[in-house]
Design a protein around this ligand. Sequence first.
Ligand code: ADP
Ligand code: TRP
Length: 341
Amino acid sequence: MKKISLSGIKPTGTPHLGNYLGMIRPALELAKDFQAFYFIADAHALNQIHNSDELERLTWEAAAAWLALGLDPEKITFFRQSDIPEVFELAVLLAASTSKGLLNRAHAYKATVEANLAKGRDPDDGVNMGIYTYPILMAADILLFGSHVVPVGEDQRQHVEIAADIAQAFNREYGEVLVIPEAVIREEAAVVPGIDGRKMSKGYGNVIPIFSPPEQLHARIMGIVTDSRPPEKPKNPEEDNLFGIYKHFATREETEAMRRKYLRGGFGYGEVKQALYEVLERTFAATRTRYEGYLLDRLSLDRVLIAGAEKARASCAPLMRKVREAVGFHVAGKTEEHRKV
Ligand code: ADP
Ligand code: TRP
């Protein structure tokens, strides 16, 4: 039996190069050796997006992105989180074994509280319970399928660790029911920089979208912040976010040539931006056409997701039964068994 790889992406904005390098590409590579479950975490996105049309549109976009980037739904179980009621059921069971302190320490929540305090606001200003219990829902996603590995970017490491902690707490109480998951983080793409040098993130508005039309992509790249040292001075490529993005898409020879250029000095950032634009176009032009094609045929996209959800539900049924039984809930056939003894 192959081990299980699982990951999800929140449909909260257009997929970007950070998502691709940090999660989507590694996840697709892992799918060659693992049994893979990849999904669109629309219930997680619901904490931020309270507009049904928007949530639906962003979910289509995420689905089209995965497929255009090469996810084969015949090989990978690909689904929409909200089509799996077992996820929500498991989240409730796990909540009962999760200490509140664990969630108080979750980075995303803690960061919001600290930002509120810094502004002199109520610590929980703007925090809904979905954000607070976010790690429990994510633990349910992961544990429901017996996931061994979870490919994610660095920012999700703590969430996967919390899922492992929750699984351990549950197992301590009920026996070895849940698999303890582990995050898989690619060191070289753990934190892809955005156009302002901070982590590329939808929340920061500093992303380079994977599927922008060429003119927009070009404009975005021209907006990448670079340092202001004069062009003739040698520069350290490892400290430059332009190079930090370029190296992921250029060939090894191109990267080495660019590295030498930085170390020698005497070049302009405009030149590097143009080179970055060209490697991105080369990498994604055909993918973009596929993406647009998928978005024109939402019925087919929906069919893919529904078929994926059926497979996912069949896969998680045995574990869900085990968990229900472990805590003392009714499971089909159990009463008859009792009667026999
Ligand atoms: P965002 O931060 O833009 O909202 P998500 O939270 O939807 O992105 O992230 C989806 C996946 O992509 C996660 O596994 C996350 O760790 C990864 N990821 C997001 N941004 C980056 C980045 N800049 N570098 C590496 N991985 C990233
Ligand atoms: N929290 C993840 C993110 O923001 C998305 C996510 C939800 C996820 N459930 C998951 C990732 C389970 C991995 C496994 O990117």
